[in-house]
Design a protein around this ligand. Structure first.
Ligand code: CO
Length: 141
């Protein structure tokens, strides 16, 4: 029922960085905020830490291994930078089907993301230059 598709809240903004530890030290100094303990996601080739804020999170992403999908991003942006934007959806499979009917390229099959729920990514060339992550809300299933 793709006509029922409804975009949910912004869950997080993904920021690629060369070093989560250095970024967290800087955020603590400048903003007075802390990040969650770093977790490694070998299947996605990244390490992540979340900075929790009242209206959402900043997801700090550091490459894990040479074949990490964000190695090239950091080559182009050596200081790091905004990498993706994540919106919540009720049902990832419905959302995926909806995107396909709209002609938006979906990058791969739904898979488990850093929050333990299903995610997909939408091709930035179909989304005005921004890589978009859609994430199934944790409380839905
Ligand atoms: Co993300």
């Amino acid at each position: 029922m793709s006509k029922d598709f409804q975009l949910g809240a912004i869950n997080h903004v993904g920021v690629a960085v060369p070093s989560i530890a250095k970024t967290l030290a800087h955020y603590k100094d400048v903003f007075g905020v802390e990040g969650t303990p770093v977790i490694e996601l070998p299947t996605q080739g990244v390490k992540v830490s979340f900075v929790n804020l009242p209206t959402g999170q900043v997801e700090l992403i550091e490459p894990l291994g040479e074949s990490s999908p964000i190695v090239k991003f950091l080559e182009r942006n050596p200081l790091g930078g905004q990498h993706h934007l994540c919106f919540e959806v009720d049902d990832i499979h419905e959302a995926r089907a909806h995107m396909i009917t709209k002609g938006v390229r979906v990058l791969g099959e739904p898979r488990i993301g850093a929050h333990g729920t299903l995610i997909i990514f939408l091709h930035p060339k179909d989304m005005g230059g921004t890589l978009i992550e859609l994430m199934e809300r944790a409380d839905e299933h």
